[in-house]
Design a protein around this ligand. Structure first.
Ligand code: APR
Length: 238
């Protein structure tokens, strides 16, 4: 990787692999979520219309589970980067857990939503939510019983895409951590960043579907690769 000192604006994309060592299942690895549950049954608007109880129970289970997990060394290292990096930084995460924030990161954008928010389909507010939704609790703002998980389902548009593209236009370094590159539009960010002139680095357990687009790929667990990379970046700043 070229001399780190020249970077000003970094965009980091993270996926389920960054939370795997905190005990949160990834989606497509062996034993992953999509082996245990059919996407069509739990992660589409059609599934929610067809069998809302099945969908709400699935997300109630996940919302409860993530609150028992703790940030790992990769989350903590990115929290340190966010605190000490004086340049531009945006951590775009596909993850719906709150481990980046509990790891100390602030410049985080959840493009697929958040488990710990509910979304009221009556008043469009997104109240913080840590409990179950299966019993159709009333929206704290409008009282309607129209809350759903604030998670972007397949076939729905990810959040804050304008901000992500604006950050990619400014970025001189794009780093991808713990994602398989199987899902668009996130899987297309590396190509966009590269075509806009940014350097590109992949940190992953195995090569992703988009590996060919990265100038450099480092293979290994996030809890080892990310702290080392953050040390490199912060040392270059000194
Ligand atoms: N350290 C680093 N990388 C890891 C680790 C680890 N400990 N464990 C797994 N990985 C890598 C895997 O090699 C794989 O490439 O993380 C990736 C996880 O891929 P997926 O399970 O496909 O998860 P992700 O890429 O985040 O999925 C994208 O798909 O299901 C939808 O909306 C959901 O946000 C999700 C999107």
């Amino acid at each position: 990787m070229a001399a780190m000192a020249k970077y000003r604006n970094i965009v980091i994309l993270t996926g389920a692999g960054v939370s795997a060592e905190s005990g949160i299942d990834t989606f497509r690895d062996a034993g992953g979520l999509w082996e245990k549950h059919r996407v069509e049954d739990v992660a589409t608007p059609e599934a929610f219309a067809r069998d809302p109880n099945l969908v709400l129970r699935f997300y109630d289970m996940r919302r409860e589970a993530i609150q028992t997990k703790v940030p790992n060394a990769a989350h903590l290292a990115l929290g340190r980067l966010d605190a000490e990096w004086r340049g531009g930084l945006l951590i775009v995460t596909q993850n719906v857990d709150d481990l980046h924030e509990r790891g100390g990161a602030r410049r985080v954008l959840h493009m697929h939503g958040e488990h710990l928010n509910a979304w009221c389909l009556a008043c469009d507010r997104r109240p913080r939510w840590t409990g179950p939704l299966i019993d159709r609790p009333p929206c704290p703002a409008c009282g309607s019983r129209a809350l759903r998980p604030d998670v972007v389902w397949f076939g729905e548009v990810p959040y804050r895409m304008d901000e992500i593209h604006a950050a990619l236009r400014e970025a001189d370094l794009f780093v991808s951590i713990g994602t398989s590159g199987a899902v668009y539009p996130a899987a297309g960010f590396v190509r966009a960043a590269r075509e806009l002139g940014a350097d590109t680095l992949e940190l992953n357990l195995e090569r992703s579907k988009g590996s060919a687009w990265f100038a450099e790929t480092r293979l290994g667990p996030a809890t080892e690769l990310v702290p080392d990379w953050v040390d490199e970046v912060l040392t270059s700043m000194a």
